[in-house]
Design a protein around this ligand. Sequence first.
Ligand SMILES: C[S@@+](CC[C@H](N)C(=O)[O-])C[C@H]1O[C@@H](n2cnc3c(N)ncnc32)[C@H](O)[C@@H]1O
Length: 475
Amino acid sequence: MKEKTLRLASVSIDSIDKKGNGVGSSLLDDTREIEVVVPFAIPGDIIRAKLGKKRKGAFFGSIDEIEKASSKRQEARCKHFGVCGGCRWQQMPYSEQLKIKDELVKQIFEPLINDKTCVHSIIPCDPNWGYRNKMEYSFSEDIKGNRYLGLIQDSSRGKVLNLTECHLVPPWFTNCMQEVREWWKNSNLKAYHPYSDKGSLRTLTLREGVRLGDRMAILTVSGNPEYVLSSSDIEDFVNVIINSSPVEKRGGNWSIFLRIQQVAKGMATNFYEMHLYGADYIREVLYLKEIPEPFLFHISPTAFFQPSLLQAEKLYSRVIELADIKKDSIVYDLYCGTGTLGIIAAKRAKHVVGIEVCPEAALDAKTNAKLNEIDNTTIFSGAVRHVLSQIKEEEKIGLPDIILIDPPRPGIDPVAMREILTLSTGKIVYVSCNPYTQFNDVKEFLQNGWKIESLQPVDQFAQTPHVENICVLSK
Ligand SMILES: C[S@@+](CC[C@H](N)C(=O)[O-])C[C@H]1O[C@@H](n2cnc3c(N)ncnc32)[C@H](O)[C@@H]1O
């Protein structure tokens, strides 16, 4: 097949877009100024870019050659850099990444803040390599039958890279994933193909409870009955995982699950979990600033946990500091996950209410309250929008003095927002891993009489463009 020749343009990169791509301008045909988005380019670079499609007013380009490198450019650490969609900022020193993230949060919130708003400097990610405690790898097969297990390639619509190194995770993740790839290559199992609904293997998720050395592996497979795994396939998988790092050599537990993902046209996707081996959770221990005793958390396979232990400790310590909880405070912890923030807050508060939609995480939150000898919390399993209206109707639990909010990336849904706005409270501490959706929500709070007290960015995602942000609101 003849390869399409793409037009070339020299692009001076001067900014970064929402996804962390370089953005710059170029003169097309020496006359027309165009905007070009170039993945892996950074401000100060002059790039000869191959021009692709125009999307939302800008051309999408790829690096053909770096004509002049930015003075900030450095050698990437990983051999997969530039292809892998995992960490896209390795070509910038970490100090530069922090500067950009710090500026980005200020830029996003600029229309909502004034001279009185306290904008704190970003809390760095330390260490900024090897910090992740969870990674999901995808199985894929091409038409020639070549098999791939690894991360999705950048800008590729799901093409998978056979990863052999990764510096965001501890080494055992990559070793274990490679052992699973070898096992798969010697088996008759096919990778799942979403368009045809054929094949078995979808993803391999690895998680770690860092302090106690617990490790979890979750194999997600198709729910199509034609492609179920045999008991010997499952047994082999378990053995591969256990033998990849035997517990006798390292301490800590293995926890292994099979997750069955059932898709049917017009129906919501269903997940079923089969516990295959070891404990049905991993444990994590957290140390918080100015709280002498450590906290212990059990985490189920489907439950959310912050992606880096050390950054989670810094994030939670800062949230508790900014919330300034008093002995008689009633605290609501919305989107509470395994109960982490609420349980820590409960040490200082009169009562804490946690709300979490994932039933397994809500159950973990109840277990975690007991494990930490906390008896002043009530955990509700359900969506924030439903539980808040139920709490108000029943009038058994007092209204909050402080609300902690930590929703998923899309932010607070409109019905939940309406419910939160009807709660009379003095303070909101809003944590988000997506400052863009956080900005929209905060704008709505401001339209309803709230004001921003402070902003505190926290870097939980070094080597990537993502940033976490805390916003404190008062009324
Ligand atoms: C970013 S996590 C934060 C969890 C927790 N605060 C922590 O630090 O571990 C967001 C949590 O919100 C939960 N969630 C998502 N949508 C929800 C909803 N509509 N109502 C309640 N919880 C929801 C998710 O299951 C997830 O546990």
